[in-house]
Design a protein around this ligand. Sequence first.
Ligand code: SF4
Length: 64
Amino acid sequence: MSGAIEIDWTRCDGHGLCAQLLPERITLDEHGFPVVHDRTVGDALVPHARRAVAVCPRLALRLE
Ligand code: SF4
């Protein structure tokens, strides 16, 4: 199963955990907010993406 990363900017406050857990898709800008380079998450990355979604302290990250 594949998916797509979505960030709810009304919730995200730049903790940056998502970039640590999914560096293949997310890096941080100079203010510590995530930059999604490619929303698409293939089969191999889905477990990592799910983990990033689970640990986001603001419930701002979704995998659709
Ligand atoms: S872990 Fe959640 S709150 Fe933190 S930067 Fe990522 S999306 Fe934003």
